[in-house]
Design a protein around this ligand. Sequence first.
Ligand SMILES: Nc1ncnc2c1ncn2[C@@H]1O[C@H](COP(=O)(O)OP(=O)(O)OP(=O)(O)O)[C@@H](O)[C@H]1O
Ligand SMILES: [Mg+2]
Length: 412
Amino acid sequence: MSLDWHRSTMANLRSVYPFHTDTGLGHRGPYMGVSLTGGMAAFHYDPFELYPTVLTNPNVIVLGEVGSGKSSTIKAFLGRSIAVYGARRFIAVIDPKGEYRTLADVLGFSVVKLHPGGTSRLNPMDARPGDDSSDVAARQRLVAGLVTAVLGRPLDATEDALLGWAILTLGRTGRSFTLADVVTAMQHPPADLIELTHTSPQTLGRAAAPVVFALDKLINRSLRGMFDGPTTVSLDWADGPGIVVDLSAAYGDRDALPLVVMAATHWLSAVLQRDSERRVIQVIDEAWAAVLHGARHFQASLKLARTYGVSTWLICHRPSDLTAQADDGTADAKIAAGLLSDIQTRILLRQPPDQLATAADLFGLNPRETSLVGQLARGRALWRLQQRAAVVHNVLSPTERALFDTDTAMTT
Ligand SMILES: Nc1ncnc2c1ncn2[C@@H]1O[C@H](COP(=O)(O)OP(=O)(O)OP(=O)(O)O)[C@@H](O)[C@H]1O
Ligand SMILES: [Mg+2]
């Protein structure tokens, strides 16, 4: 049969060849748009519904260049999750740009705005609710991460031991304590520790000095007035639909931002880790800042996801955010790979050409997927869940568009 040469668009061809479709992930969970690689079928996603058949952990990473639609994808997921599941979900957002307030108002979330001199404080040294207060491992990891970031080098064995000991001793009292108490404890080592280490108080004091200075700097600068005292915020866990922690006061300070995000995330993860029927979605926007310094810390908290029914969503810009140099000077690829092994849902929005090779490497993309990721239009993403993949266009309703708009400054 000879046919005349004909030129068509995919939209028209689709009706000529309508069999190009896949079954997607089923129809449970919020609608996340149309699957462009699945014959425009509806694409639904919920990490808890897909457990354990498709996913064995509920964590998610969203990567995309500036303005590619990362936050909109997540905001759509959050709003639609509440619409589908109501009180069966609790949502917590770390919001370094202060852009989730409009969504929070519509959904009835409480918003905690932290800024130096403000009235709200979170104490990252709080124990988990119902936990043995002497269980201090997570708090030791957090403070070590913060101090390491300030010093720009790993702690030496003595510093690490002194810091660990100070936090352990404070935890054993059973009372709640703050970062300022950690400084005081390090400055006054007790007689039995001096005896145990066969040193003088002066020698121990000298060894602890860099850590004390670093902590003091944190308390008086980056974390001042936000994380340096007892917690004043209560989480409406029983009835509230969610909480947004607005950290925009620190957004402009590139040095402070990672530390503030780390401290806030730690506090939030600690209060969210409790036995409950409700499933928790924890979003850490602009996570790249904190992942850079605290990959190990994040890894530990991601591992607890299944135990407590928490799905953590990390939002980063580039794959290289995950492979940057580690705190201890070693190539961080191993840590990034470790992080990613606990994150089975990867949502890749458009990446610039210089990031494609790293993306292909880290996420195991084939050449076609790699080239797609370099060309995606705003709001489109390659969703990778284990061996499954789909390119999904997130269709926003007019209300959502108005609510999620972060372009006003560019378009008006
Ligand atoms: N699927 C979509 N349909 C229509 N508009 C969209 C879509 N996704 C995003 N936008 C619009 O694009 C703009 C940028 O989106 P968004 O803030 O989500 O990007 P981002 O990747 O989070 O940016 P940044 O890197 O600055 O945080 C917003 O104004 C948003 O309304
Ligand atoms: Mg964003």
